[in-house]
Structures are given as C-alpha cells and as structure tokens.
Design a protein around this ligand. Structure first.
Ligand SMILES: [Cu+2]
Length: 244
C-alpha cells in the first residue's frame, strides 16, 4: 500500500522524480541545441549592430568630406586667379651663338653658326650674343651694303666687345645675323687672328611664327660666294621660332 502510495505519489508527477527523465528534460545536448539555434540570432544582431555602426561612420565621413570639399571649393573660388596669363609677359632671355670657321673647327671648311635654330616666347625681350672666331672677311657688295648697319634692335645699336656701334665698315664684315621678317640685322666684324669678337644686340619677339635667319655677307662658296654653307640650313642659315 505504501509502495503504491509512494509509487502513486511519484505517479502524480510522472517522471518528475525520475533522474533519467530529469536528465532527459535537461539534456545538455538539447540545451546546446537551443543555444546553437539562438546563437545565429545573436550573431545576426551583433552583425547588424556592426554593419549599422559602419554605415553610420561612412555617413559621417561622407558628410565630413562633403563639408571639407565645399569649404575647399569656396576657398579655391576665392583665391583662384581670374585667368592665367596667355603669354610670358615680357621676360628677358639671352640666346648665345658662336661662329666657327674652317680654321677654328667647322667641318668642310665652311663657316658655321652654332646652334642654328632656337625658340623664344612671343613678347620676350631677346638678347642675341654672338661670339665669332672667324678671322676671314666677306666684304659686302652691291645691295648687300645695307647689312653693314644695325637694324631692328631695341636701341638701334649693337655692342662689339662692349663698344656700342650702329654699323661696321663693309670691308671689315665677316658675317651678318639677319632675320628679314623681323627687320633685324646684326653685322659681325672680322675676328682677330686666333682670337674672337663678341657682338650683342637685343630685340623684342613681337609676333609669333617661325622665321628664317640668314647671313647676308658673301662668306660661302661657288657663284658670288653664296653657295655651300650659305645655302645650307644649319650653317649660315637657321630658324627662330617664336611661340604664342
Ligand atoms: Cu656668313
């Protein structure tokens, strides 16, 4: 009877006192399973928080960049020059050339300007400095006589070894540096034997273009001494390019 009561009392709560059933209800594996189902939700929540935070940071960064960019643009607008200058405004450049002859190094025995071609900017004041080592003369004749005079320089003069002159006696002429399109002419007198002479003149490159210069003294070969170096680009003839 007591056994039945006792069994009956256990029967009122079947399994409540059964260690195995309790173990079964509190199965660690089941708990682990419940935990394992909960875990993704927790991870998802945590992930959502992370993603949300990251997006928030991006938004803040974006707003900051936009603000800074706007401020920079405003500053740039305030300090930006109205327009860049189209030309180099009246700079001053020096172009140094040399004249060598058959007795001082030029090939073929031809007189030669080195270097023959160069470039300047429109508007620049150009000082042409020519050092001649040619001790041979090429006296002007006929219509060439006009090239004994300095033409087109800023002050109407050139200097020869520092001495200011406006012309060279035609019999003392060795070469000329003449740019017809720019109305520019520098007479170059004969250099002392084994020496040199330095001639300097200045002009303004007033217009853009590519202009041919030439020596107008009869220093070449052939008929009228106007062949050979006189008729060959890079020797007694070259170009001046004036860029816009
Ligand atoms: Cu010449």
């Amino acid at each position: 009877m007591s056994d039945e009561r006792s069994r009956g009392s256990r029967g009122d709560a079947p399994g409540a006192g059964d260690p195995l059933e309790r173990l079964g209800r509190w199965d660690p594996l089941e708990r682990l399973g419940r935990l394992s189902w909960r875990r993704p939700a927790r991870v998802a929540r945590q992930g959502g928080i992370v993603v949300g935070s990251f997006a928030g940071i991006l938004v803040v960064l974006g707003v900051t960049v936009a603000l800074v960019g706007g401020i920079a643009a405003a500053v740039t607008t305030l300090t930006k020059p109205a327009a860049p200058p189209a030309l180099v405004p009246h700079g001053h450049v020096t172009e140094a050339m040399s004249i060598v002859s058959g007795t001082s190094g030029a090939t073929n025995g031809w007189p030669e300007y080195t270097h023959a071609s160069w470039t300047v900017h429109k508007g620049e004041t150009v000082t042409v400095k020519i050092t001649s080592f040619d001790d041979g003369t090429a006296p002007l004749v006929g219509s060439q006589m006009m090239f004994a005079h300095v033409m087109g320089s800023t002050n109407g003069h050139e200097t020869v070894d520092g001495r200011s002159i406006t012309s060279v006696p035609d019999v003392n002429i060795a070469h000329t540096f003449t740019v017809p399109a720019l109305n520019f002419n520098m007479p170059i007198p004969v250099a002392p034997t084994n020496g040199h002479v330095t001639v300097v003149a200045t002009f303004v490159a007033a217009k853009a273009g590519t202009f041919t210069w030439q020596c107008y003294a009869p220093c070449g070969s052939g008929t009228n001494s106007m062949g050979g170096a006189m008729a060959t680009m890079g020797w007694m003839e070259g170009t001046i390019k004036v860029t816009a």
